[in-house]
Ligand binder design. Structure first.
Ligand code: BG6
Length: 474
């Protein structure tokens, strides 16, 4: 029997919405644009306590690109019509906690924010577009960080549950797929974005990071439990970023390094959430790095009883493991060794469609649960010429990746959906700039916050639209 994968698109609240004055202050509002001398993604995902406090007082909004995003708050009607015209099967978006609650520990609702999401959910429902809800995408109310130290505090479990309860009560009927945390492994590499932890003068403490991650695991399981108790139709997922490591050589040491890299950087997170247990290989890692944190016995039960229905991942590049010093290049969340067989984007992310097929096979083999590619796409410096963007490079990127998806389906992978990242151009999460564009829709806005925000269809818009229309399955 033929299998037809849903093809979709995604945005994330802080990178897209703007509408700063209609909500409470959130963690992404405080990340400042910094002009860089190279394209490689720098460590702009971390925020020190000093920067955080200064940013809170700074009302020069143009310096803080996430405050305006691409004005998705103002342009939501236009954008929803574009999504409909594109014929997406599934749309991924996220809710901003700080847009629906006036404070993190009060119960006062911001009606205006709730109505904004009402509009999106009902439009998608009426137009038969499936909803993939990312419940949290790197974005926390500022008082969650100031009062509670983010997810380091066990109280975060109750606070998040209160938020989740509101979301499910209000919009549960519309949700087809949900994931409690975007790229949950990001907390390890980017503790501010992933966990709401501020960088102190002495840097980050690994025990704090793993304590916070543990709380996010428990939250994920409790949110899944809640959805099941409420008898929502929605399927619950886990998500992490996948880096597809290759050993640099057939030297045994390189192979061992490759296994360890994948375990610590990606499998650990899925193992806890999709298998419901802490994997034994992490004990050695915790011991060797002197990582100590609290796990209650009731937490282990909750995890065991409430594992995810599906496994989803972001994929932008493959990576290389070696025990020797070699030349590095940038990548999503992690830098990696250069692979001589691959070309990279201007930002150094190594383009590898076969790596996507490999990742799909590995994930499905390991968990035997349905899979969703919840993020993939090409970040490129698009040029607007004669009123259009001839992004043949993006079409080629999509074509080659989609061909590998078809191969993976033939390999027997149970893939539910492919979701293209940044379907409408949005602010880059890693480098906080506008120039790195992923969309099939161009937004007239530059790195310094200048532009009309006008939406312009790129050449890839028509191409993706036809691909979805003609997709009869494999
Ligand atoms: C993922 C994030 O890590 O990568 C997205 O979930 C992000 O928020 C995407 O936008 C691409 O990264 P960047 O840095 O190019 O925006």
């Amino acid at each position: 029997m033929k299998k037809r994968v849903y093809y979709g698109g995604a945005v994330a609240n802080s990178q897209y919405e703007g509408g700063f004055k209609y909500k409470s202050l959130d963690s992404q509002d405080l990340r400042m644009y910094a002009k860089r001398s190279s394209d490689a993604t720098l460590n702009t995902r971390l925020l020190s306590r000093d920067d955080f406090l200064k940013a809170k007082e700074n009302d020069n909004h143009k310096l803080f690109p996430f405050r305006n995003g691409v004005e998705g708050y103002e342009f939501v009607d236009t954008d929803l019509e574009l999504i409909k015209e594109l014929g997406l099967d599934i749309y991924r978006f996220s809710i901003n906690w700080a847009r629906i609650f006036k404070s993190v520990d009060g119960m006062e609702i911001n009606e205006d924010g709730v109505e904004y999401y009402d509009k999106i959910f009902t439009f998608l429902f009426q137009n038969n577009i499936k909803v993939f809800l990312m419940m949290n995408h790197f974005c926390y109310p500022v008082d969650f960080i100031e009062k509670y130290d983010g997810f380091k505090n066990r109280k975060s479990i109750d606070l998040y549950l209160k938020y989740a309860e509101f979301v499910f009560n209000r919009w549960g009927q519309y949700i087809d797929y949900f994931v409690p945390f975007n790229e949950i492994n990001a907390g390890y590499f980017s503790p501010y974005n992933g966990l709401g932890l501020l960088k102190e003068k002495e840097g980050y403490n690994l025990s704090d990071i793993f304590q916070s991650l543990h709380h996010q695991f428990v939250i994920s399981a409790k949110v899944i439990k809640l959805a099941r108790e409420m008898k929502l139709k929605a399927k619950a997922g886990a998500m992490a970023s996948c880096f597809c490591y290759y050993p640099y050589s057939c030297r045994p040491e390189d192979n061992l390094k490759y296994i360890k890299d994948e375990q610590t950087y990606q499998w650990f997170y899925f193992d806890v959430l999709a298998r419901g247990t802490y994997p034994s290989y992490m004990n050695r890692f915790f011991d060797e790095n002197n990582i100590k944190f609290n796990i209650l016995s009731e937490d282990l039960e909750i995890l065991k009883e409430n594992s995810a229905d599906f496994v989803s991942f972001s994929y932008y590049q493959s990576s290389v493991s070696s025990v020797e010093e070699r030349e590095f290049t940038a990548g999503n969340l992690v830098a990696t060794i250069k692979n001589p067989y691959l070309k990279a984007t201007s930002w150094g992310w190594q383009i590898d469609p076969i790596g996507l097929r490999i990742t799909l096979n590995k994930i499905y083999d390991r968990y035997q649960k349905p899979v969703i590619i919840s993020e993939n796409g090409l970040g490129y410096r698009d040029i607007l010429e004669n009123g259009t963007i001839n992004d043949d490079y993006r079409i080629e990127y999509l074509q080659t990746h989609f061909a590998q998806i078809e191969e993976a389906l033939k390999d027997g992978v149970d893939l539910i959906a492919y979701i293209m990242w940044g379907i409408i151009d949005i602010v880059s999460a890693g480098s906080i700039e506008m120039e790195k564009r992923y969309g099939v829709v161009y937004v007239d806005l530059d790195n310094n916050g200048n532009g009309t925000y006008q939406r312009i269809k790129k050449k890839s818009f028509e191409w993706y639209k036809n691909y979805i229309k003609n997709n009869k399955g494999v």
